[in-house]
Design a protein around this ligand. Structure first.
Ligand SMILES: NC(=O)C1=CN([C@@H]2O[C@H](COP(=O)(O)OP(=O)(O)OC[C@H]3O[C@@H](n4cnc5c(N)ncnc54)[C@H](OP(=O)(O)O)[C@@H]3O)[C@@H](O)[C@H]2O)C=CC1
Ligand SMILES: C[C@H]1O[C@H](OP(=O)(O)OP(=O)(O)OC[C@H]2O[C@@H](n3cnc4c(=O)[nH]c(N)nc43)[C@H](O)[C@@H]2O)[C@@H](O)[C@@H](O)C1=O
Length: 326
């Protein structure tokens, strides 16, 4: 690890944000624009399918970025992960292997791989330290996705060893914010509940049903904070070990449901469908390594929720994948 700015992001730096239209990628794009960082490149999955090895190799060889941020992945909530494990494993392995091989082939100087807090064992000691990786069994609802992400971390470490390239990986906790996927069944809990409570409030429904028991604990990081952390890590972090990115604060899902209900003005009762999976009982990241680099989160959950709900209200018309695009 280093506390000196070894890799400054400058007006002339060429950055390729893979997945630049997604929740994290769009926040990264905004953050890079705010910082006035050089030439930004992005491609939608329709323009460049990163599962296509030849197309990915050709694109990176042509674009020759100074930095690649890999925020492209097959992503979804607990039900999407447990319903489509083969797709989550295969697509994510292919996307990250293709991007990393393409970067190595032309010696892209800097690469940030985004993993996830779900790489850690289901019953890891809380808060979860980076060194708890591979110390116990994974949560079955997302083990396929987690194994793909763990392979990404290992590939980063292997490239550092074999090629000496200063590539790094960051493990974000659960994210939320503008540009999220608000699909009713395939998304993560916060966007799903914003949509469900909003629809119930507007219809005047007396109850809203949420999934599971409400007892699992989750930590939530605003996408703008994630983007800010990523730029900070690109400039200051240079270590083979993955680094956790979170707030260090968690809540029960029941508390989260109450917060969403208050934010959207839903006054009815909340019921729980215990036929739906709870997933891992607690996922709270130890963020001491991150704090040691000089970065802490700044968007508190009530503020971030209110801002995300406002954004959702302005973009309610979602496309078929649940993602408002207007
Ligand atoms: N959301 C969360 O809570 C968390 C996310 N992460 C990680 O952060 C990263 C970003 O996630 P998030 O922003 O939430 O995800 P999103 O689903 O919001 O965005 C994913 C992006 O990946 C792109 N993409 C997907 N498949 C392909 C493909 N085959 N070829 C090219 N592009 C593709 C999509 O492009 P397009 O829009 O053009 O189709 C989209 O822009 C991922 O690595 C994820 O694992 C980690 C922890 C938590
Ligand atoms: C980021 C992370 O996201 C996934 O893991 P997860 O943390 O379990 O994510 P989740 O947001 O989908 O659920 C969190 C909790 O919330 C409860 N819950 C209630 N009601 C709804 C609901 O309506 N939708 C959803 N999705 N969950 C609900 C749900 O039962 C669970 O207890 C990984 O697969 C993996 O992709 C990953 O990396």
């Amino acid at each position: 690890m280093t506390d000196t700015q070894r890799f400054p992001l400058l007006p002339g730096t060429r950055v390729y944000v893979a997945g630049h239209r997604g929740l994290a990628g769009s926040a990264l794009w905004r953050a890079l624009e705010r910082r006035g960082v050089g030439t930004l490149t992005g491609r939608t999955s329709a323009e460049l399918d990163l599962r296509d090895r030849d197309a990915t190799m050709a694109f990176v060889a042509e674009a020759r970025p100074d930095v690649i941020i890999d925020a492209a992945a097959r992503v979804g909530g607990i039900l999407a992960n447990s319903t489509y494990p083969a797709d989550f494993l295969s697509e994510n392995l292919r996307i990250q292997v293709n991007l990393l091989d393409a970067a190595r082939a032309v010696g892209v100087p800097r690469f940030l791989f985004l993993g996830s807090s779900c790489i850690y064992p289901k019953f890891a000691e809380q808060p979860i330290r980076e060194d708890s990786l591979l110390t116990g069994p994974l949560e079955p609802t997302n083990d396929a996705y987690a194994i793909a992400k763990i392979a990404g971390i290992l590939q980063i470490q292997a490239i550092r060893r074999q090629d000496g390239l200063p590539y790094i990986s960051a493990m974000p906790t659960n994210l939320y914010g503008p540009g999220d996927n608000f699909h009713p069944t395939q998304s993560h809990v916060l966007p799903a509940l914003i949509r469900r409570f909003d629809e119930a409030a507007r219809r005047g429904d007396p109850t809203v049903t949420c999934w599971g028991s409400g007892t699992p604990r989750r930590e939530f990081l605003h996408a703008d904070d994630l983007a800010d952390a990523c730029l900070h890590l690109l400039e200051f972090y240079d270590d083979p070990a993955p680094i956790n990115v979170g707030t260090g604060v968690d809540h029960t899902i029941a508390e989260i449901a109450g917060m969403v209900a208050d934010t959207v003005g839903f006054g009815g009762t909340i019921e729980w469908d215990t036929g739906k999976p709870d997933g891992t009982p607690q996922k709270l990241l130890d963020v001491s390594r991150l704090h040691g680099t000089g970065w802490t989160s700044s968007v508190d959950l009530p503020t971030g929720l209110t801002q995300t709900y406002r954004w959702y209200q302005d973009h309610r018309e979602a496309s078929a994948d649940g993602r408002p695009r207007s």
